[in-house]
Ligand binder design. Structure first.
Ligand SMILES: [Zn+2]
Length: 106
């Protein structure tokens, strides 16, 4: 049972909203201050599973050309998750012989 302030823990006390870090992903959760039990938010836990899948199975994107620039489209799921906005600054670096690292909001 979830309320604005918290959700009821199995121990009978109230678990309060918090965030937990799972493999670098910040997930909304509920933590009981009485017994230390943690509950992940259902929607965000689902989202985490999707992100983990995306990490294992990368999207494919073709390199396009726009004027003198080379462009790669970012999958919508990633844009939504990272809340990337038009005009946002990114850092692009070479991560390895065949990898480019793009940092956003970093
Ligand atoms: Zn509890």
């Amino acid at each position: 049972m979830r309320t604005k302030k918290g959700m009821k823990c199995l121990c009978g006390k109230t678990a309060v909203e918090t965030h937990v870090n799972i493999d670098g992903f910040k997930i909304k959760a509920w933590k009981c201050e009485s017994c230390d039990e943690e509950y992940l938010d259902g929607d965000e836990a689902q989202f985490l599973l999707m992100m983990k899948k995306m990490q294992k199975k990368p999207h494919t994107a073709k390199v396009g050309v726009l004027g003198d620039s080379y462009i790669i489209r970012i999958p919508k799921e990633i844009v939504d998750y990272m809340q990337i906005k038009k005009g946002e600054k990114t850092k692009i670096s070479l991560a390895g012989p065949h990898e480019i690292l793009v940092s956003v909001n970093a």
